[in-house]
Design a protein around this ligand. Sequence first.
Ligand code: CTP
Length: 402
Amino acid sequence: MQIILGIPGGIAAYKSADLARLLTNQGHRVRCILTEAGARFITPLTLSSLTGEPCYGANPDQGEWRANPSIEHIELARWADIMAVVPATADLIGKAANGLASDLLSTVLLATRAPVLWAPAMNTGMWSHPAVQANLSRLRSFGHAVVDPDDGLLACGEEGSGKLAQVDAIAEAILMHGAAKLRSLNGKRVLITAGPTREDLDPVRTLTNRSTGAMGIELARAFRDAGAQVQLVLGGDLPAPWGVETARVRSAQEMLAACQARWSGADGLVGAAAVADQRPETFAPEKVKKGEGPENLVLVRTPDILATLSAARRPGQWILGFAAESENHLAHAAAKLQKKQLDGVLVNDVQGGRAFGDQTNTLTPVTAQGPQAPIGPLSKDALARAVVQWWNFQIEGRGTVQ
Ligand code: CTP
């Protein structure tokens, strides 16, 4: 993605260096534009060194723009897939809300057709002033996005709202708003299960599995960035992704209940969770003491979430499942596709513990048409984006599923 990072003069400007580095490391191209005041807080050299791209100043008369300054702002406006202003100051918010264009950054903001995102940071009194809030409402009415500031101790010593949001959250918001939306997924509601489930034996012991939930979380991000409204039902301890409504669950029964509450409103379901197939027959409210001789643990089956939701689906709803297999992968996947009445199964080769906690992975889709070309090996984020592309292509090719 090609990102323009606008940096006006605010004390949080030093955090935009971190943001520029984070986005560059993720493979995005980042070009920074400093205002005159911004350049007093952070130097162009810092930013261009971190991004490997030119950094632009405020003023062509001082040689701060590159050659051909008369159209530089238009070139930059066209180059951007998204523009983000971090930290967004009251001054620049006010200028942009009123269509003023007095330097390079405000001019590019006016000229661009790319999505624009503001991450404000300022003193609490300034942040809550009706003028600033009215200007932000006006920017929102233009379709601009705002990542609200956090509460906390501000550089001025006051405590309250106005602290720049976390850099990771701003990065995610930039990717979400800047990614090209996929036609058949844009605005669609996608329910995703992810992570392990935990079936408790007593207050200290649990039956679980080696899944971390990383793949399901990356899928949630990828569907979100493709334009879907994602609801994630998540087991395990990984943090929830930004911009995704997340319900945290522990057991298979809780995961099923959370899914059932959301299923009728969804257009599709991705079952990426590693659901424990068995749970202890009873839960002991007090810690179980060890006994003499052999001990038995009686297990009973947990509900099959995909099969239950598949049986309750309305026409047009699609379901993608996963199959973690260590042998005879494609045959097992085809059997699951048929048994649970799914639209696709993504087969994960877990022989020898592969896929759990690994950095890269390969998934082979199986549909009613049979096995398809494997996707990967790719890092989990790239793999998730490739799966979303593949699925979007399937939906487009078939019109609607079912
Ligand atoms: N799944 C589910 N509910 C369960 C078990 C599995 O929704 N109780 C879903 C998983 O999220 C996955 C798919 O079903 O999308 C396949 O899971 P898999 O690990 O292959 O397990 P099973 O279908 O139970 O098959 P088996 O244990 O025989 O391999």
